[in-house]
Design a protein around this ligand. Structure first.
Ligand SMILES: [Zn+2]
Length: 517
């Protein structure tokens, strides 16, 4: 018997957008300390390692191109995203950022297992001070309340909690010591109770945002504080009057500037360099540019983050959201009337880097799509799902710079697969794939029957949408009327049920009901 030919035409599962990066990735890959290759490394092991190493491609704001992502330590991926300043409710644009980075968090967890993800709470800020003063309460009364509301609202959108949630006020020691280091190294100076970062002392300033010094000076406010050596210099520490929150420091009683808080918290949480730093694209300049300047100069030139990711902005019916236009939509309010998954679906229906236009139509469409999915899942509730992997096309879409629109289109394909499955075994497989995909994207996490009955709303909102006991009572009366062949009464009851916005369906195992989509 001739020896079997080794399989050489095995697919490596590299999709087209990835193939151009192959050479560079392979070159860098073999130098990784965690890749212990020997001449005897089996081909399939090599293939698996290559595949995992080149699985995720992310657009890096720093280099302005898509790059193959490899964490410095695959046993612990590190990510930091700028979190909320807790003096008010988060608007839907803030929610977009939290959801976009939650998709990345979930994908990284799926790929690497261990992700250290910090999202900070800015709990000292002039807006917080103003709110506390207006209400005559300590700042913690404002910050504790809105930090909890933020957590609850984000949970309502299916955002997983980060692994760390550092508070700025809990890091005053780190902030003060980092400022001290920047003064010692000649990158910062104290003046009139303030400490300022001296921008000309950092040659790479402007690299992240792609701005040059002339643009920045031209863009700077005409009135420059007299204590600044350079118009572009920014505040690391500022003095507090007695009526404002303040901390003792070598430069007097004061409080930190916003930018230094993130730099200090990242260093405390992770050390000088992290894998991924994220935020909304309105933070690229000046916030993130200033974070880079502070951290790089305080850490002897070590980069702050290897990958910088920024999500696009959100408009409301093609207009910028602003208080003056009165079109600021709060996540907290929208969750009172719309299921969180529908809001999440709408938010990830566009690519995270593209601008997104929010509208009632977008939300209604998203809700309808989920209704269809839950209806299909409800119809196979008696079939136990196979424990399936996330299908390759879904992973390929997400690995290509988090292409959620394509991933959602793949969900539509999986729905079709489920609806057209001929046997219970096929249905179990399709259901398993659908649920695995839903889990990765943070959707389809509700009980289908509950979703269909309460529209996916939770708590008070769900109970106010329809009285389930009342509906079930009407259904029982209708079925009794049908049994007694009193069809006139049965029809009247059917109409009464429909008037509640409830759709009923008579199946072999009884009458099922759901809210009309
Ligand atoms: Zn920040």
């Amino acid at each position: 018997m001739p020896p079997r030919k080794p399989k050489v035409n095995q697919s490596v599962g590299i999709s087209a957008p990835h193939s151009g990066l192959l050479c560079g990735v392979l070159r860098g890959f073999c130098n990784q300390p965690w890749v212990r290759l020997s001449p005897n490394t089996p081909f399939h092991r090599l293939l698996g390692l290559v595949r995992s190493a080149m699985s995720l491609i992310l657009y890096n704001t720093l280099t302005r191109r898509k790059e193959a992502f490899q964490p410095a330590d695959p046993a612990r991926v590190t990510m930091y995203v700028c979190g909320p300043t807790v003096y008010s409710y988060a608007h839907i644009g803030n929610a977009r950022s939290a959801v976009a980075f939650d998709v990345l968090h979930r994908l990284l967890k799926h790929t690497y297992g261990n992700v250290a993800y910090a999202r900070n709470i800015t709990d000292v800020d002039d807006k917080i001070n103003a709110a506390a003063k207006a209400q005559n309460v300590p700042i913690t009364a404002i910050t504790d309340k809105f930090a909890q509301i933020y957590r609850d609202d984000m949970a309502g959108l299916g955002v997983l909690p980060p692994t760390a949630e550092p508070y700025a006020t809990a890091h005053m020691g780190e902030i003060i010591s980092m400022i001290g280091r920047l003064i010692t190294s000649g990158h910062a100076y104290a003046a009139e109770g303030h400490v300022l970062f001296h921008v000309p002392a950092f040659a790479d300033y402007g690299k992240l945002s792609g701005r040059n010094m002339d643009d920045m000076i031209a863009g700077a406010r005409v009135e420059v504080a007299p204590y600044k050596k350079d118009a572009a210099d920014f505040v690391l520490w500022k003095p507090s009057t007695d009526d404002l929150p303040g901390w003792e420091s070598p430069w007097g009683r004061g409080r930190p500037g916003w930018h230094i808080e993130c730099s200090a918290m990242i260093a405390k949480e992770f050390g000088p360099t992290i894998d991924i730093h994220g935020g909304g694209n309105d933070l690229v300049f000046p916030h993130h540019e200033n974070e880079v300047a502070q951290s790089v100069c305080a850490h002897g030139g070590a980069p702050l983050a290897r990958f910088w990711l920024h999500n696009g902005f959100l408009t409301m019916d093609k207009e910028k959201m602003s208080k003056s236009l009165g079109n600021v939509l709060l996540a907290h309010d929208i969750l009172k009337t719309t299921p969180g998954e529908a809001v999440r679906w709408a938010l990830i229906s566009g690519h995270y880097r593209q601008p997104m236009d929010w509208s009632d139509d977008l939300l209604a469409q998203s809700k309808k799509t989920l209704d269809r999915l839950y209806l299909a899942l409800d119809q196979v509730k008696h079939i136990e799902a196979v424990k399936a992997d996330v299908p390759a096309p879904v992973l390929a879409a997400l690995n290509d710079d988090l292409n959620t629109p394509i991933a959602l289109a793949e969900i539509a394909n999986l729905l079709h697969k489920l609806n057209t499955a001929a046997t219970d075994a096929e249905k179990a497989q399709a259901k398993g794939e659908l649920l695995a995909t839903g889990a990765l994207l943070g959707v389809l996490q509700q009980d289908p029957a509950a979703w269909l009955k309460g529209g996916g709303l939770k708590g008070d909102a769900a109970s106010s949408s329809v009285d389930a006991a009342h509906v079930e009572d009407l259904i029982a009366q209708r079925n009794a009327a049908r049994k007694a062949k009193n069809f006139k009464e049965a029809d009247r009851l059917r109409d009464a049920i429909a008037a509640l916005g409830v759709v009923i369906e008579d199946r072999a195992d009884g009458t099922h009901w759901r809210m009309a989509g």
